[in-house]
Design a protein around this ligand. Structure first.
Ligand code: SF4
Length: 195
């Protein structure tokens, strides 16, 4: 029997609302289930994820899984883990080299009904500035200060930097992240997957 979530995911999979803005066919990538307890909200798929059709099939995903303390089999195989980026499709690469930001249209269209349908989520990871500024609104203080004050948002929300290689220097400068935040994150993930 299809659920509200199934129906919503079918509509998202068929969404082509940004087709006129992208130079390519939109390919929505979302990985959630009615059992999702840990929800990972990043910014938007990159080119590799666009091609694979699965979230975080890239070096960012490898670093994220290390942060979570889980392997790929668990990440993709345990339906208590869900991924719903701020935008579900690869927005394309700008002439400067980086990817374009996630189109706001996606969150405006889909985010509220999707989050409402995921009623078992215990912890939401806000990965990067786009997810944080949208979800925290007036409480967002820029990525670094928001992550530095990670305890302010517990127990439901944990802001993280994006695990992209672009943040390698940030991680080296802010050693408190690995020392303080990651042990807490891994403990929460263990608690969700091994209650
Ligand atoms: S990014 Fe979101 S709104 Fe745009 S086409 Fe993809 S699913 Fe639709």
């Amino acid at each position: 029997m299809p659920t509200d979530l199934d129906a919503l995911l079918t509509r998202i999979a068929a969404c082509r609302a940004c087709a006129g803005d992208f130079g390519h066919e939109p390919r929505p990538v979302v990985m959630v289930s009615p059992r999702t307890r840990l929800l990972i909200c990043g910014q938007a798929p990159g080119r590799r994820v666009h091609e694979s059709g699965r979230p975080f099939t890239d070096p960012s995903g490898d670093r994220l899984r290390d942060w979570l303390g889980i392997d790929s089999a668990t990440f993709y195989g345990d339906d208590r883990i869900g991924v719903a980026a701020q935008a579900f499709c690869f927005p394309g690469t700008s002439p400067a080299g980086g990817d374009y930001p996630p189109p706001k249209r996606c969150a405006e269209l889909w985010r509220a009904p999707l989050l409402e349908a995921l009623d078992r989520v215990e912890l939401t990871l806000l990965v990067g500035s786009h997810a944080q500024s949208w979800a925290l609104a007036g409480r967002y203080r820029g990525m670094t200060e928001t992550v530095r004050n990670w305890r302010d948002h517990l127990p439901d929300v944990l802001p993280l930097p994006h695990p992209s290689w672009r943040n390698t220097a940030w991680l080296a400068r802010h050693t408190w992240f690995e020392a303080d935040v990651l042990p807490y994150l891994r403990e929460r993930v263990r608690g969700i997957l091994h209650p």
